[in-house]
Design a protein around this ligand. Structure first.
Ligand code: IVH
Length: 680
């Protein structure tokens, strides 16, 4: 009985070890994990508990005894860490945190509260920076904990990594090893992914993968990507000044040496203090500018750390107290199609509801057919859903092993295609060459009219109070509104005929329609729903042309001359006004009383912070250039098209191209978007 039991356990240990090794390689070497962190932790825990139960099954090369993945053959030179870079044991809840505290107090033979250092657990890529004689000499990834990859050249591009340690008040020790995490701040992560999407590249699943991927670039090194990384120091492995007696003092030393240390770090008393810190930081999680996946609780006095020592994989004096995951797995039950204002079909995954990052998620947008193809998403698949901060839930990837399992069980999970008929009007859908969207081209499709009405009534457009989704449906379905302008022909009596429309609401709606007639040119342009013309573009066009007639008469070439307006936008505007039914609608709207005052030229702030500075914008920025131009001008600056010695700043977005080199040659200061924001 016992024999067969151990046999079964042995085979499970073998399977788990192989599985964990495979995930290590996917995570550490290829930056493309197949399972969520929580699932990975689950596998590791199961293995650890089996090994505890049957110590004879624990092999020296077990994944429980080492961290990371081997770095052989990754294209980088490798080097050994002077002291191993360990991992941390995890606590998943307060009970496990208390167990940790009890364990070490027992080992130290102490009944009183221990002093802990509490730090955010940064979710990035761990590195070691070696300084010899005060100068940065080598930077390594964690690798398998003993040997890492030499990524010094890439690390040198990260602004928060000092080239040299300060000589005063004390010269630094001869040999210093600083450890910390390379992270990609969330703002930069969003910019990077927006630019990748624009170039039809697969966006990174999360800031950690983006940081790890950026750090390990070998070919075609994208400098801007490297420069947006941040290094946050959290440990001094070698070169601790003699006078330092605690982790707190080590962090102080790191700060004095000009390293960035997470500002949230605090000392706390006993396990209760640590648990309070955890709760406090968890509540602030989505306000932080970097992603964290928990807190790290460390015994503060260095002497006690030495007494406690380390196991082969992790120190005994520290623990990672993990936050609930923001990525979880769930199943796609079906794919719904929404038809938008411009007839665009948007596929939406209906999910088996799950809690992610503190909220229940049951829908996730799938964007378009290309996105579905790229991720090979199918109805019935188990997928990883992510919700970070205030970001709308997205599907990160499909768990292919789960699909295999279901297919073996006899399920048929076929590749998904958007429907060839519009789910609202039944008309044939189309997808134009070079466009990623599938559309219903039928202008009379009720879905389009309804959405156009909702858009027109929206806050940024005509701002019509009381014209909510339900009323729009009723108006269209009841045949009272067949085109936008019909709204302004509505009367209290006709509204009263609608189901569920009381006298009061009818009168209110009529009153707000009356109010909405007095608007502004930018709002009217937004209300029209011209493709590609959002709030910013509407402002730009309104200020440039002053009124509607000159804009309607302008050619694409004239519109394109405006800074920040590209060909696609110019053509879309011209196409919109050239359409006779659009022109007729505009006329009708005006005849029914919609009006505005002409726009005056933009007032620039001659006292502004940026007065006298000229800027050149290059590369892909997170919002349209026109928006930045406007903000720079509003602050008194000027935006010009080409670089010269007189240019004060080059604002470089993603993929900046040749201007970056030229600015370097001319000695023009280069800032990224974050740098520009700082100037504002
Ligand atoms: S201390 C021996 N402090 O978490 C202790 N690690 O799962 C070494 N991490 O490998 C780590 N934030 O990459 C420490 N404030 C922090 C951290 C931190 C993130 C990472 C680090 C480590 C991993 C362990």
């Amino acid at each position: 009985m016992a024999d067969s039991e151990i046999e079964i356990a042995g085979s499970r240990v073998g399977d788990l070890s192989a599985e964990i090794r495979r995930h290590n390689s996917l995570y550490y070497r290829e930056d493309r994990p197949e399972v969520t962190d929580a699932e990975y932790d689950g596998l590791l825990r199961e293995l650890r508990s089996l090994e505890e139960q049957y110590p004879e099954l624990r092999r020296p090369d077990s994944p429980t005894q080492r961290v990371g993945a081997s770095v052989a053959g990754t294209g980088f030179a490798t080097a050994a860490h002077k002291t191993p870079m360990l991992s941390l044991d995890n606590a998943m809840d307060a009970d496990e945190m208390r167990a940790f505290d009890q364990r070490i107090r027992r080992m130290l033979d102490r009944d009183d509260d221990l002093e802990y250092m509490a730090e955010p657990k940064l979710d990035g890529s761990a590195v070691e920076l070696v300084y010899r004689d005060g100068r940065f000499s080598q930077g390594l990834t964690r690798g398998d904990g003993r040997v890492g990859e030499d990524v010094s050249a890439n690390l040198r591009q990260i602004p928060s990594i000092p080239d040299a340690l300060p000589e005063s008040p004390e010269p630094p020790p001869e040999f210093v090893s600083v450890r910390g995490e390379v992270v990609l701040p969330l703002e930069a992560f969003r910019t990077l992914n927006a630019a990748r999407r624009a170039r039809e590249l697969e966006p990174f699943a999360n800031p950690r993968n983006a940081a790890a991927g950026s750090l390990r670039q070998i070919h075609d090194i994208d400098l801007l990507r490297l420069r947006s990384l941040e290094f946050r120091a959290y440990a001094l492995a070698e070169g601790t000044p003699e006078a330092n007696a605690s982790q707190w003092e080590n962090l102080e030393t790191l700060r004095q040496w000009n390293f960035l240390v997470s500002p949230e770090c605090e000392t706390c008393q006993g396990v209760d203090g640590a648990i309070r810190f955890y709760a406090k930081l968890l509540a602030r999680r989505s306000d932080l500018d970097v992603e964290i996946d928990g807190v790290v609780i460390k015994v503060n006095p260095l002497e006690l750390q030495h007494t406690l020592g380390a196991l082969s994989r992790s120190p005994r004096w520290a623990i990672a107290y993990k936050f609930p995951p923001e990525q979880v797995a769930t199943r796609i039950e079906e794919i719904d199609i929404q038809v938008g204002r411009t007839g665009a079909l948007t596929p939406v995954a209906k999910l088996d509801p799950v809690r992610v990052g503190g909220v229940t998620v049951s829908n996730a947008t799938l964007h378009n057919q290309d996105e579905i193809n790229r991720k090979d998403i199918r109805v019935g698949d188990t997928v990883v859903v992510q919700r970070a901060g205030d970001v709308i839930p997205q599907i990160v990837r499909v768990l292919l092993a789960e699909r295999e399992g279901r297919i073996q069980e006899g399920a048929s999970l076929k590749p998904y295609s958007l429907p060839s008929a519009c789910p609202i009007c039944g008309g044939a859908t189309i997808r134009l060459d070079g466009e990623s969207v599938t559309r219903c081209p039928n202008l009379d499709c009720p879905a389009q009219l309804k959405n156009n009405l909702r858009h027109l009534a929206g806050r940024g457009a005509l701002d019509i109070d009381g014209l909510g989704e339900k009323i729009v449906d009723l108006l269209v379905e009841g045949g009272l509104v067949g085109r936008l302008s019909d709204l302004f022909t509505l009367e209290t009596e006709s509204l009263r005929a609608l189901e569920r429309m009381g006298e009061k609401s009818a009168a209110n709606l009529i009153a707000s329609l009356e109010r909405a007639k007095k608007t502004s040119l930018p709002r009217f342009l937004i209300a029209l729903g011209i493709p590609h013309v959002g709030a910013t573009m509407a402002e730009v066009l309104a200020h440039e042309f002053g009124d509607l007639e000159p804009l309607m008469a302008a050619s694409a070439a004239e519109i394109e001359e405006i800074e920040g307006v590209g060909t696609a936008i110019a053509e879309s505007v011209v196409r919109f006004f050239a359409d006779s039914s659009n022109a007729a609608e505009i006329q009708r709207l005006r005849a029914l009383g919609v009006h505005w005052a002409p726009v005056e030229a933009v007032a620039t702030d001659t006292q502004g912070k940026l007065r006298g500075f000229s800027f050149v914008l290059t590369g892909t920025l997170s919002s349209p250039r026109a928006e930045f131009k406007q903000r720079i001008e509003a602050a008194g600056g000027k935006v010009v098209g080409s670089l010269s010695k007189k240019t004060r700043f080059l604002v470089a977005g993603e993929n900046p191209g040749t201007k970056l080199q030229k600015a370097n040659d001319l000695g023009v200061e280069i800032v990224d978007e974050a740098g520009l924001e700082a100037l504002f």
